[in-house]
Design a binder for this molecule. Structure first.
Ligand code: BV8
Length: 230
């Protein structure tokens, strides 16, 4: 049984029409990260942050998974592979493609969380500033998104999966945000074979054993077919 850990980023959802962050026309080209993806930004101007996430929530809800998401679902269904899927993405395209196990380490657009009591619930399509918590009724509802300076979800489980990985694949991520950007080095330390699948080699490409460069909708199915043929 081959143990495979997959980390996906915004690039896997690009061909489904969802924006990436650091491409030339990316989200950070249009919004200051400090204003829309930090707790300080939310405290300063919650209406701006809700507007940023409301727009992305509506777009993500209407988006369809692509051949790359579907190929990962095929790999997860294969008997002789134990696949652990981690995504930095906050869309639900892996689930829409049929993936049953998905760890959203940076949260999800369709989730809300209470900054006071920690209660989490399904977010309405449009969240408003001052929205109250479903449970404690405090006006502290926020998107269930991990902002910069906040602890990502599932790090203990991720750590343990990386320690026993045979293969680590980074798909559609520029590898610039930590701790996710450090997963490849952790997997290498455990003796894993490292694969990068990206439109162009990322800044950390030299640390990978195998580079498959091109659009995810072509490269991921080819990689999965090669694995399933072994
Ligand atoms: C934390 C919110 C600690 C969700 C996001 C200095 C050094 C090192 C680290 C730090 C530092 N200063 C600060 C830090 C920590 C910081 C960090 O890493 N900053 C960076 C900028 C240096 N990290 C954090 O703050 C993290 N938390 O460290 O907490 C802590 C410890 C204890 C207790 C409390 C706290 C939190 C990180 C999460 C931040 N949230 N976003 C959202 O709005 O969506 S990050 C944001 O960037 C997204 O979540 C996204 O997941 C992430 C990474 O982006 P990518 O997915 O890689 O997307 P990108 O556009 O960059 O790249 C896309 C790639 O796809 C490109 O390579 C492109 O070529 C490729 N591509 C494009 N099209 C295609 C394609 N590939 C294939 N096919 C295609 N068609």
């Amino acid at each position: 049984m081959t143990k495979i850990v997959i980390l996906t980023g915004a690039g896997i959802s690009a061909e489904s029409g969802l924006g990436t962050f650091r491409d030339t026309d990316g989200l950070w080209a249009r919004h200051r990260l400090e204003d829309v993806a930090t707790p300080e930004g939310f405290a300063r101007n919650p209406a701006l942050v809700h507007a940023f996430y409301n727009a992305r929530r509506v777009k993500a809800a209407a988006a369809d998974p692509n051949a790359a998401h579907q190929a990962i679902t095929r790999l997860q269904a294969a008997q002789n592979h134990d696949v652990f899927l981690i995504t930095q993405n906050v869309d639900r395209l892996h689930e829409k493609a049929g993936s049953r196990q998905v760890l959203h380490m940076h949260g999800v657009l369709d989730g809300a969380v209470c900054a006071s009591c920690g209660h989490r619930w399904a977010a309405p399509m449009e969240m408003q500033a001052g929205a109250v918590c479903d449970a404690c009724k405090a006006p502290s509802a926020r998107p269930d998104i991990v902002w910069f300076g906040e602890m990502p979800y599932g790090l203990d489980q991720i750590e343990s999966k990386l320690r026993s990985a045979d293969v680590f694949a980074a798909i559609g991520t520029s590898g610039q945000v930590y701790p996710a950007a450090g997963f490849a080095a952790q997997a290498r330390g455990a003796g894993a074979h490292l694969v990068e699948i990206n439109l162009e080699p990322s800044g950390g490409a030299q640390h990978f054993d195998e580079l498959r460069t091109g659009p995810a909708t072509q490269m991921v199915p080819a990689w999965v077919d090669a694995l399933l043929a072994l």
